[in-house]
Design a binder for this molecule. Structure first.
Ligand code: SPV
Ligand code: MN
Length: 633
């Protein structure tokens, strides 16, 4: 294939790499790779296929170039991001939007297309000088399936490449097999860690930019390494997918996929769930005795009238803080084995073992971490004591190491049939632990759109502030929120069995501040929902849905946790709090007005009707309505 980049690519690539690229006979891939090799100007470029040999080369280069270091367990490695590149940079993550659409996208952190394009092109010009770069091919979702989104990543970070080879399905072969008509349609990601210091860390953090062009399905990410900023296939791809889904009538959600298992009845019921960060998403997907399909991102499609979902990922990029033998035995055990894991931003002891916060073992007083050479008590340039590991430190690991993986769902090309959706927030005094919505639309508007997470003493700033988090997806929603919400409502048109929607809240506290139930209670709420789906439990009505009866929960607590659940706790947890709910709906309305003034009036009307209903309920039954008392208004 002759392209205008042929000569350049042959100069920068081994013959073998060039041939891998040429074999694809895909002019769009050639154009993408060629133009960014020219623009970013790396010294050399490696093309990675799906072969074990190529993947091994990426692992080795990441170590050889100092982006990762081997640990005492030889198959494990450690990587550090810059001290100030430890989480997603929300300020500098922007959508590039055409002028005529800017007014609708302002609230989502956007930049005018031409301005953004110029800025990112200036920053990325020659950014890979002297470095080696990699071209990789991936699939979001299983390859060769109705869910597949093919992706090409171009990066100069071998750590990023290595992470992606663990977290996603390598899809060079998929690209090889593409029909002519499919060849133009893939997501493109250009990433550079930029100039590095002697520790292999990005130094030009003032020029850290993540710019997303949803019009042309390309994301530019410069001067960073933290995976939430750098890994194209994760949150960048998710934003492109949300946009694409909106146009095509499917959904991309920030959700786990799991199966609740009833062994006595020999049945598996698939749930997806969205929870803002620190509200129990991974721990729900990992409830002991259930099966996990994925922990972060799901695509939903209507396949022959069925509501089907896939986990788009192959691995997990999990928060490591508080992973210990007691609270997270399955993950902990895997992190202790000599198998492929990348630890990031944890401490490496002098004998090359990883340590993190909440690990439940005695940690050494010195070693290396994201700060550099570290000892207990050391302070950073702001005079702040540096903990032994960052609180957002992570592990990167294949999901199929886990003993509780649902192999069937994980590998299914057509995904799994979803029967329940969970939306879980964090609040200490409003939302009951589990409540079923009367129908899909009600669930989207009263449960999903109203999700909030409450700040705790563990986060900076004031305690008890409620942060709106519609669908727990706000960081990634890439077109106006009202339209996205309508698309969520419309998605089930034509679906034969629509999943039931539930709200969750694991964080109710007593007036003295203590939690009412233990962390394990989430298993009970899940199994109540599972039973409801199979018509097993009767329920009490509330102004916003249906809640469990005491006897059913008492039996579930006994069966699953061998705990005695008291009637007092039940009544406290499941009381409907009228004023608090009215306030919550008012906050949601105000938030939608701010985020998307064009939100359809029917959405606001729906919330107003709910508010009216609750006001009437308050008059009739009082502000606090005990479970069972509400009989309609
Ligand atoms: C999240 O923050 O939702 C994550 C981690 O899953 S990140 O890759 O940073 O997005
Ligand atoms: Mn996430």
């Amino acid at each position: 294939m002759i392209t205008r980049y042929e000569e350049l690519l042959k100069k920068k690539m081994s013959l073998e790499s060039y041939e891998k690229l040429a074999l694809l006979k895909n002019p769009k891939v050639m154009e993408f790779v060629g133009s960014f090799v020219e623009h970013c100007d790396p010294e050399s470029v490696f093309v990675c296929s799906d072969s074990e040999e190529d993947i091994q080369y990426v692992r080795e280069q990441s170590l050889a170039l100092g982006e990762e270091h081997t640990l005492a367990n030889s198959k494990q490695s450690i990587h550090w991001d810059s001290y100030k590149d430890q989480a997603r940079d929300k300020t500098n993550t922007r959508f590039m939007v055409y002028k005529e659409n800017m007014h609708r996208m302002k609230a989502l952190n956007s930049i005018e297309y031409g301005e953004g394009y110029k800025e990112i092109m200036d920053i990325s010009k020659g950014i890979m000088k002297g470095k080696s770069a990699i071209v990789l091919f991936f699939s979001e979702g299983p390859t060769e399936s109705p869910f597949t989104i093919p992706c090409v990543q171009f990066t100069d970070s071998w750590y990023v490449a290595h992470s992606e080879l663990i977290l996603y399905r390598s899809a060079y072969t998929h690209f090889l097999k593409m029909k002519e008509s499919e060849k133009g349609d893939f997501f493109r990601f250009v990433h550079s860690a930029g100039q590095l210091n002697e520790r292999g860390n990005s130094i030009n953090l003032d020029k850290r930019r993540i710019y997303m062009d949803t019009e042309n399905n390309i994301v530019y990410s410069m001067n960073n390494q933290y995976a939430g900023n750098s890994v194209g296939l994760k949150k960048h791809s998710m934003r492109l997918a949300i946009n694409k889904a909106g146009k095509e009538g499917w959904l991309c959600e920030h959700m786990f996929v799991m199966a609740a298992v009833d062994r006595e009845k020999n049945r598996k019921t698939y749930f997806c769930g969205a929870y803002p960060s620190a509200c129990g998403k991974t721990s729900t997907a990992m409830i002991p005795g259930e099966l996990i399909v994925g922990d972060d991102i799901a695509y939903f499609r209507n396949i022959n009238g069925e509501f089907r979902a896939v986990n788009v990922e192959f691995g997990m990029f999990g928060i490591i803080k508080d992973v210990n033998a007691k609270d997270d035995p399955v993950i902990f055990e895997n992190l202790m084995k000599n198998q492929e894991v990348i630890f990031s931003n944890v401490l490496m002891s002098n004998d090359k073992k990883p340590y993190w916060l909440g690990m439940g073992v005695a940690a050494p007083d010195e070693g290396y971490n994201h700060f550099g050479k570290w000892h207990k008590g050391i302070k950073d340039s702001d005079g702040k004591e540096v903990p032994l590991a960052h609180s957002n430190a992570r592990y990167t690991m294949r999901l199929d190491y886990l003993a509780n993986i649902d192999k069937e769902g994980f590998e299914a090309k057509d995904g799994v049939k979803v029967q329940g959706i969970l939306y879980g927030g964090r609040d200490s005094d409003i939302t009951v632990p589990v409540e079923e919505s009367p129908d899909w639309k009600d669930g989207i508007l009263l449960k999903a759109a109203t999700l909030e997470s409450e700040t705790t003493s563990a986060t900076l700033g004031a305690e008890g502030v409620r942060k709106p988090s519609p669908m727990a997806n706000l960081d990634f929603v890439s077109y106006p929120l009202g339209e996205y919400t309508m698309n969520n409502i419309k998605f089930v048109e034509g679906i034969k069995e629509v999943p039931k929607i539930y709200s969750n809240n694991y964080f109710m506290r007593r007036p003295d501040g203590s939690f009412v139930t233990s962390k394990l209670a989430k298993k009970v709420w899940l199994h109540w929902a599972e039973g409801r789906i199979h018509n097993e439990y009767d329920a009490y009505q509330t102004p916003t849905g249906k809640i469990p009866k005491y006897e059913d929960l008492k039996a579930l607590f006994k069966k699953h946790l061998n705990e005695d659940f008291s009637k007092e706790d039940y009544e406290y947890l499941f009381t409907f709090r009228c004023t608090k709910w009215i306030e919550k709906f008012e906050r949601t309305k105000a938030f939608y007005k701010k985020m998307d003034p064009d939100t359809p009036q029917e959405i606001f009307d729906y919330w107003d009707q709910a508010i009216e209903r609750i006001k009437k309920a308050k008059e009739k039954y009082g502000d606090l309505i005990k479970p069972g008392d509400y009989k309609g208004v």
